[in-house]
Design a protein around this ligand. Structure first.
Ligand code: ADP
Length: 474
């Protein structure tokens, strides 16, 4: 059902195609609407401005030697018609210039009307618009011009059509039709290439990603192409690398766990069988071996449980004020007792008692694991130093051994679950490979800083820090 639902969703190709076509149609519709609504109005405004400008230009150049040819040029530039008259006296108006299409040619000789226009303009701030219809405009302006100290009055009449000629409209429409068709064709072509450039890498990627679900982690995603796709490829590549690492670790983990479980189990079953079949072998030593191996199994299973609980986040921290000094001291003492006969020298150095906020059980686990490792890995002098140092409001516990140390390349790895530097399990050093992973997870949950410094041949120093709640002299 789900798959069919996904299939029904439109592809990126189709979505881009539809969007581009829709966008082009909207643009075409807008252009057409504008053309229909505003062509006439814009044409009219342009013409009105041309009329005004022509009148102004003619007046500004009044009296120039080539005034008439100037008027002819201006009217043809602005595609309007004009006529110029000189006002002599009442009822006497003399024509100076008139275009063929000037309004005045129709009313030639109609001096009465010209006089009326002259007076109307004269009385109305020197301007008068006798005709202003939806198709035509006639504009009159009067002005005074002085020639050789004799002032004279002139009248300029500019007229023009204000509706675009049908030929012009037809030309605009044909242009728009061509533009609309070109726009549609271009959007089809662009959407084709655009969708290809986006969908092709995405579909390639999804094909490869499918192989991840089949546990094939050898795929690699092409990091070329647009930025988002390249970023996705980078993210997928690093996720694949992580998955591969995880899968390798998991395989190793299972191999290690089964190896470690099998060893004590073989011992237990072997010794039990021997003791069952040979009554002479039922000695306390043999019994002890079975008990020891059972304890080893127990601690392995417990460690595994702790790690998985800590990592799943289901572990609740029970924080309270704990004397870290006492916790470390008690652990050291317990070890001293345990190793009494083995000539180990475990030294605890501290000069005050420090209280921190921690989950006591978990804190003890950290201390126990670090001291345990130090004892297991320390050198022939069999010495382990546990040091408490106070810096301002921070206490640092360091566990120092004199063992073989850890190489630089292994240092970051030892905190990983089940990582062992020496993959060949030595019976002499018993370890589950989980100790440091437990330490790390507990310290992370406490928000503590921790680390290790080590040099091959010179031992290791494992340390962690807690914020001090209270400190007092011992
Ligand atoms: P293990 O149970 O094997 O000690 P840990 O998680 O405690 O597991 O440690 C992981 C690995 O780190 C160990 O196998 C060992 O190789 C290395 N290691 C830990 N502590 C020390 C140390 N004090 N000196 C040298 N190597 C150490």
């Amino acid at each position: 059902m789900k798959t069919r639902g996904k299939r029904n969703k439109p592809s990126i190709n189709l979505q881009i195609f539809i969007s581009m076509i829709a966008l082009s149609l909207i643009i075409i519709a807008l252009i057409w609407t504008f053309q229909m609504m505003f062509t006439k109005a814009i044409f009219k405004t342009v013409k009105e401005r041309a009329v005004d400008k022509t009148a102004t230009d003619i007046i500004d150049n009044a009296g120039n030697a080539s005034w008439e040819s100037y008027i002819a040029k201006k009217t043809s530039d602005h595609d309007v018609s004009a006529a110029v008259f000189e006002y002599k006296s009442v009822g006497s108006i003399e024509k100076i210039y008139a275009d063929e299409d000037a309004t005045i040619t129709e009313s030639q000789g109609n001096e009465e009307m010209l006089s009326a226009w002259f007076y109307s303009a004269y009385a109305n701030d020197w301007e008068f618009t006798p005709v202003k219809s939806s198709s035509e405009i006639v504009f009159v302006r009067v002005f005074e011009h002085t020639v050789d100290t004799t002032p004279s009055w002139y009248m300029v009449i500019v007229n023009t059509e204000v509706t675009p000629p049908s030929g012009t409209l037809l030309a605009i429409r044909s242009l728009l039709v061509a533009l609309s068709i070109t726009c549609l064709i271009v959007s089809v072509i662009v959407s084709f290439f655009l969708s290809r450039s986006i969908s092709l890498p995405v579909s390639k990627m999804s094909k490869k990603a499918k192989s991840l679900t089949l546990y094939d982690y050898d795929v690699s995603f092409d990091e070329k192409g647009p930025r988002e796709i390249a970023e996705l490829a980078v993210a997928l590549n690093s996720a694949t690398a992580e998955l591969k690492k995880l899968s390798d670790t998991q395989k190793e983990l299972i191999a290690n766990i089964s190896h470690d479980l099998r060893t004590p189990l073989t011992m237990i079953s072997g010794y039990s069988e021997v003791m069952r079949d040979f009554p002479d072998e039922r000695s306390p030593e043999n019994m002890q071996i079975i008990i020891d191996e059972t304890a080893r199994l127990n601690s392995l299973v417990n460690d595994l449980l702790t790690v998985s609980k800590l990592q799943s986040g289901s572990q609740v921290m029970n924080l309270k004020a704990v004397s870290i000094t006492k916790a470390v001291q008690d652990t050291v003492k317990r070890y001293e007792k345990l190793l009494e006969h083995k000539e180990y020298n475990i030294v605890f150095e501290s000069d005050c008692e420090v209280f921190v906020s921690a989950d006591e059980t978990r804190l003890l686990q950290v201390v126990y694991n670090l001291i345990n490792n130090a004892i297991n890995y320390t050198g022939d002098d069999k010495t382990v130093i546990v040091r408490q140092e106070v810096y301002d409001d921070v206490v640092r516990i360091s566990v120092i051994d004199s063992g073989e140390g850890i190489s630089e390349e292994n240092l970051p790895l030892i905190w990983d679950r089940y990582y062992k530097v020496d993959k060949v399990h030595k019976r002499a050093v018993l370890g589950t490979g989980l100790g440091l992973s437990i330490v790390k997870n507990i310290l992370l949950l406490h928000g503590s800083r921790f680390g290790v410094s080590s040099e091959v041949g010179n031992g290791s120093t494992f340390w962690f820090e807690f914020k001090i709640e209270k400190a007092q002299d011992i």
